[in-house]
Design a protein around this ligand. Structure first.
Ligand code: NAP
Ligand code: F7E
Length: 338
């Protein structure tokens, strides 16, 4: 039985990856930050699903800022695969807390890479780094591929670049089986509610049921290549099953503006977004990434991976899930009133 360690297991991708690995028969270990309230809501269903063997899922307290605990965990667990998904992952927030973002999202990766060396796992473990299309920033080529030069436009993207190049460096310096997935935006009903897609689907469904009146957003003109998170985690796993480590773009090769995401979401609900959407400058970034579109041909050719869910299907999956949440919320508020 293979053993995997996942940082960021409580996040969107971490929860899908944990499900995927358990389904493959892995023993899955995740690092969880101590918080003053529960932060495992994306994992809790695993303990109730009869099809999931939750006896193979183990959560450990830890933090990407705590090198000693990372070394201790790696000594103790001796994992076969490590997926480094933990990060301060919000681009707008990274302008407010650039130092913290650099520490966790950037230096956090080097803490794990050094822990791998310290625990004597260089020739045993395979490492996955969650790199990001944000590294292309002010894009130098359309569409973006693995060889497109980077031009990061935020403290988040700069931190991801540090982690990305460190991953390349540990591969070249120590022969570590270390791969980076350069993932373009990927979304799902588990997406954090302050990222634009989820903010839109959550608000639109609440507006439909009369639970909310307005949706306030920033720049509607930026373009993103949006895929479905659930199928992107398989690409992470496939990278670590290859004989040779490498870097791969994971994307849909389709791009849409935020405005198009809005239009599609509201039209699924027979609403006109113009009646409900307002603007606030506070949601704009000091430097924006205007256009992202990725070409994942290398992943298709070498990993046999390609996306299946298209833009409209993604919106529909998210609207359906958020409508269920909104209906529960409405039922609860009506029960409280009666
Ligand atoms: P997410 O939902 O924001 O999850 C981030 C995870 O990192 C959470 O589990 C979070 O824990 C954890 N974390 C934050 N600070 C930490 C710390 N100091 N120590 C340990 N763990 C910490 O992000 P995601 O969308 O799943 O993305 C997964 C990874 O892929 C991230 O590295 C992200 O930057 C990267 N990425 C995402 C996308 C995308 O479109 N989703 C695209 C490219 C790359 P809490 O639950 O306690 O907050
Ligand atoms: O913004 C615009 C905003 O925050 C998308 C992260 O997972 O993907 C994500 O980063 C666009 C931007 O995602 C609002 O200006 C307008 O142009 O959903 P987002 P992101 O910045 O693309 C990459 C690949 C990652 O790696 C990151 O970890 O939407 N936008 N109005 C808004 N964005 C937000 N969040 N909120 C608004 O109100």
């Amino acid at each position: 039985m293979k053993k995997a360690l996942v940082t960021g297991i409580t996040g969107q991708d971490g929860s899908y990856l944990a499900e995927f690995l358990l389904d493959k028969g892995y023993e899955v270990h995740g690092i969880v930050r101590r918080a003053s309230s529960f932060n495992t809501s994306r994992l809790d269903h695993l303990y109730k699903d009869p099809l999931v063997d939750d006896t193979k899922l183990f959560l450990h307290y830890g933090d990407l800022a705590d090198a000693v605990q990372l070394v201790k965990l790696l000594y103790k667990l001796q994992p076969d695969e490590i997926y480094n998904l933990g990060a301060q992952s919000h681009v707008r927030v990274s302008f407010d807390i650039p130092e913290y973002t650099g520490d966790v999202t950037g230096v956090g990766a080097v803490r794990i890479l050094e822990a791998i060396r310290e625990a004597g796992l260089v020739n045993k473990v395979r490492y996955y780094q969650a790199s990001s299309s944000e590294m292309y920033g002010k894009v130098q080529e359309v569409p973006q591929v693995e060889t497109t030069p980077f031009w990061p436009r935020s403290p988040y993207a700069c931190a991801k670049m540090y982690a990305h190049w460190l991953t390349v460096n540990y591969r070249e310096s120590y022969g570590l089986h270390a791969s980076s997935g350069i993932l373009f935006n990927h979304e799902s009903p588990r997406r954090g509610e302050t990222f634009v897609t989820r903010k839109i689907t959550r608000a639109a469904t609440r507006i439909k049921l009369g639970l909310q009146k307005k949706l306030i957003l920033g720049n509607l003109d930026s373009k993103r290549d949006w895929g479905y998170a659930k199928e992107y985690v398989e690409a992470m796993w496939l990278m670590l099953q290859q004989d040779e480590p490498d870097d791969y773009v994971i994307a849909t090769n389709e791009t849409h503006t935020v405005r198009e995401f809005l239009e599609e979401t509201f039209s699924c609900l027979d609403l006109d977004y113009n009646e409900f959407v307002g603007f606030d400058q506070k949601y704009e970034r000091p430097a924006e990434v205007d256009l992202l579109i990725g070409d994942a041909s290398k992943a298709e050719n070498k990993l046999g991976w390609k996306p299946k869910v298209n833009f409209k299907e993604l919106v529909s999956i998210m609207v359906d899930a958020d409508m269920k949440l909104a209906l529960q919320e409405k039922a609860l508020s009506e029960a409280n009133l009666s």
